[in-house]
Design a protein around this ligand. Sequence first.
Ligand SMILES: [Zn+2]
Length: 408
Amino acid sequence: MEIEKQQSKCNIHPQFNNNLLLFEENNIHTKICSICAKQLTKNFSKVIEHDEFLHADQSHIFSSFPPLEDENIYNTIQNLQIKKDTSIEEIFVEKIQNYFITLKKEINQKIDILYNQVKQKIIQMADLSQNQGNIFLDIYNEISSKFDIQRLYNQYQEDSEQRLKEIIQEKYQNIRNNTEKLQKTILEYQKNFNKINLKTPTEIQKKIIDLIDQINFFEIPQKEPIDKLEFEKSKYLGSQNLQIKRLQNRQIQITQSIEGYGISYANFIIDPNQKYIFRVQFYTYSQANSFLMVGIIQEQDKDNKNLYNGICYKERGDSMKIDKVVKGNNVFEGKKVNIDKEIEVRIHLAKKMIKVANYPNYENVAELQNKQLILENTQYRLAVELYYTVHKIIITHFSKVDEFDEKM
Ligand SMILES: [Zn+2]
């Protein structure tokens, strides 16, 4: 055969073929017999049969050749090679399928075991197996003497009337006893009935379902809250002329393209129980009639009213609503030109709280003068308003917090 011809006999061990390659770094022998190989090296992973080379096809991976610094690579490639005809999609689908099959199986097993345990326990619990309806009937029939009375009527005799009167009188004599007897049975029945409580198991059931909802195989990058925040143009007056733009740094810039009332509101309804922090930058440039606002607007008003008369902080002095000074001076510093300031707005509607402070110093803090203006069971959105084309409002920050810090 072809292969036989290529194989030479070892000079030292003529009964053995030189059918091996030894490829240690400083000990390379291209034609060597197995006895020689054993004498020349202890490291047999560096030995390959010529046959393996001769039969190696397109997809063959040697277990230690070519020499690599990481021995695991041969195995890794080998394993990946096995899956080469499967797409990543198929591999994922299979993995996820296996996950859910196992999850279902394990949950089912757990539930079956628990169910049987509980069932056994119920069976073992004394006085639960009796038919409750019969207990009531037995006692009732006994204390009512229903059948005695029935018999007396059926076999009416001279003394029957007397007997009936006695029975009924006896009922009055035993009125307390009979009442207590039935009450006691009812109480026992209710006590037994309350031995099974579905409240906690139902809560656990809800938690399990919630947990299952949280199963997620994909690492979706967590978005910053401000990335999800959008501002929409109100349909009121000149609001459609607003220009709302997301800046490179994710902040939201709102300007007016034609002078006029421009109101825009956030893309979500404020949850009264959440605590929100917004930061807003106001730029007036040379326009002294500042007329920039941030505040909350009722859902029903968002497209047909301005923010000016609502609950807002105004970068303009008259008819301020959020001007009850909590710390320092009023956040509004009087009509000025070239205003360039950032304020922080904190909102917690359940507490009827809306506060503003100059940021980042928090030197001046003001809150809503009349908290009753915030109505209960009313939906609000954060809103901003501006008028002049030179003005600019930028929403620089948005977050929800568990607790507000002490800064304001
Ligand atoms: Zn030899």
